[in-house]
Write a protein that binds this ligand. Structure first.
Ligand code: FAE
Length: 550
């Protein structure tokens, strides 16, 4: 597909020339089945025994995408290594992604059955489906008392998330990052991140009138009855597109039950923004289906990475070595923590700080449902993109920010669903597990109970004010009300100012950086990707000036 064709397809969106070139590269690579994407992908030579580049970026989520773009713009040749696939080719049904309601092999990362957060309805096992083994877009990584949802593929979490693009209140941010200049963050890096990510807000008039957000309006009224305030939250889903979906003039995505297994339209995921621009610089190549498993340092101070290339069945078909001067880790809280804990504890990077692996938290996540009265309908039609939250964070006795979540089943179910972010101070650490070669997470059920206790206090108030009850049927057969054993928001493991300096430079090593969610100390009070992106912008602005000068 030519750049001109892409430009015409995307008429109306503000694409730069670089993004257009980058998107053309993504399209070409997909069409030809390449696992390497770059402006030179069609001409890529056979790799040498050790493939060297000045810079390597691990992962392609938010932190990684920022690093790749800014390195590429600085003229530094950069290789991005991503373990998931490039999501740019339609399946036999003509769609790139499958819907949440009708999942197939594209849904989950090498599973034979989906593992959706909401497990049941009326206690019936009707939500999850058998699927074929495939490098699908959503992974659920299980630890002893906590499982973590993450996106897999070019774009990381941006491919599967709910698009909520929330900037934390300066006071919350300052509490978590006391050594970061908050004034500079709010004047420069948060605005830069929001502009690059394409953040927009729902038209309030449309919100008040459309059937697709009836569920939010009902929850807002119930919160108000308990004296609680709600707030709109911005999004990277294009609301102009959503309004066309509602009008029947655009193919439905958010209004077509698409979200956690990917959106075929409307969402400005990273492959449409940062990564397209990064590829457009001509200096960035993305290698897909390559999982970095080892990092060491050569005697000349350069880094050596070992990466396994897998095929569509998950089989390792090749092991590759990469060498680089600058190494940026953007594998997310789980990916980066695992790589660094393993490197420290197997002795390949022995000077890493003792705090590597520590400071992990689940952003206080708890999911729950309330049962509404029969006359209080939430609507059969629900947009998958949340746009409103109950904001009780200022309540110092019990700070909670609860996203009003959709439950789009295509039928009236009278359920109000929420993903609460509680100010849970509990933290845990990753430790190396020599038997498996992976890491364990020392999170306990008691630590989760702190989050659900806080969510209960808030929602008991809402239930009391509205004479409503909790739903007991949504999280399996055990009558569980508060799903506090999974998170969408893994944070920490390589905390800024502890395992790194105040700019993400890893302690003990030069030219080794962390740019992802592992820098955030366990809880940021809101959905985290805007914060992760802005911090990565701040790191890159500093590093490119101070560390790469000749
Ligand atoms: P992330 O986006 O996870 O990217 C890491 C990438 O690195 C992935 O593509 C991995 O496949 C790859 N990777 C990992 N290890 C390796 C390795 N060893 N070798 C090669 N590649 C590797 O990292 N946040 C919000 O702010 N708003 C929302 O509405 C929201 N909704 C969410 C809904 C769901 C279902 C999920 C799962 C998450 C949601 N999040 C949301 C969280 C958000 O997506 C997450 O905080 C960011 O994606 C984290 O960004 P990172 O750059 O840390």
């Amino acid at each position: 597909m030519t750049a001109e064709l892409i430009r015409r397809q995307l008429t109306g969106s503000q694409l730069t020339r670089r993004q257009i070139l980058g998107m053309a590269a993504l399209q070409t690579a997909a069409a030809l089945g390449f696992t390497r994407v770059g402006l030179q992908s069609a001409r890529a030579a056979e790799p040498a025994a050790v493939e060297s580049a000045p810079a390597v970026v691990v992962g392609s989520g938010y932190g990684a995408a920022v690093a790749a773009l800014r390195l590429g713009q600085a003229g530094i040749r950069t290789v991005v290594l991503e373990m998931g696939r490039l999501w740019n080719t339609a399946g036999p049904d003509g769609k790139i992604f499958c819907s949440t309601a009708d999942p197939d092999q594209r849904s989950m990362w090498f599973r034979t059955r989906t593992e959706a957060p909401l497990a049941s309805f009326l206690w019936l096992d009707v939500v999850n489906k058998d699927v074929g083994l495939y490098p699908g877009v959503l992974d659920r990584v299980h630890f002893d008392h906590m499982s973590v949802f993450v996106g897999r593929g070019v774009g990381g979490g941006s491919l599967v998330n709910g698009s909520m693009a929330v900037t934390p209140l300066p006071s919350w941010f300052a509490e978590q990052f006391p050594t970061v200049d908050a004034t500079e963050m709010y004047a420069t890096y948060f605005p830069r991140a929001r502009a690059m990510l394409g953040v927009n807000t729902v038209d309030p008039a449309w919100f008040e009138s459309t059937e697709w957000y009836r569920f939010s309006r009902v929850s807002r009224r119930h919160a108000a009855n308990a004296g609680l305030r709600t707030t709109f939250v911005p999004s990277v889903y294009d609301f102009a597109y959503m309004q066309r979906e509602a009008a029947g003039t655009a193919t439905k995505s958010a209004l077509g039950q698409e979200v956690i297994y990917g959106n075929n339209h409307g969402k400005k995921s990273l492959d449409k923004t940062y990564l397209a621009s990064a590829l457009g610089t001509g200096n960035v190549t993305i290698h897909t289906m390559e999982k970095v498993r080892g990092i060491s340092r050569a005697s000349d101070g350069t880094y050596l990475l070992t990466a396994d290339r897998i095929d569509g069945t998950g089989k390792v078909v090749e092991t590759r070595q990469y060498g680089c001067t600058y190494l940026f880790l953007g594998g997310g809280s789980l990916g980066t923590s695992e790589l660094l804990v393993r490197a420290r504890d197997t002795g390949t990077l022995p000077a890493l700080d003792g705090s590597v692996g520590a400071g992990w938290g689940n952003n206080g996540n708890v999911m729950l449902g309330r049962a509404n009265h029969l006359w209080d309908t939430v609507g059969a039609n629900q947009s998958t993109m949340p746009v409103m939250g109950i904001d009780d964070w200022a309540n110092t006795a019990n700070p909670v920010f609860a996203e009003i979540a959709p439950l789009p089943m295509g039928l009236e179910h009278w359920v109000s669903l929420y993903l609460a972010i509680t100010k849970n101070p509990q933290r845990a650490a990753f430790t190396y597990d020599a038997a498996s070669g992976g890491v364990k997470l020392g999170w306990s059920a008691a630590q989760s109970a702190v989050s659900s206790g806080m969510a209960k206090k808030l929602f008991d108030r809402i239930n009391a004010a509205n004479s409503t009850l909790y739903r007991y049927d949504l999280f399996g057969s055990s009558n569980k009300v508060f799903a506090d054993d999974f998170t969408y928001h893994p944070l920490g493991g390589c905390v800024l100012g502890k395992a790194t300096d105040d700019y993400g430079r890893v302690k003990g090593y030069s030219k080794l950086y962390v740019t992802d969610g592992s820098l955030v100390p366990g809880n940021i009070g809101v959905n985290p990707f805007v914060t992760i992106t802005a911090l990565a912008e701040r790191t890159m602005a500093r590093v490119l000036v101070e560390d790469t000068a000749p």
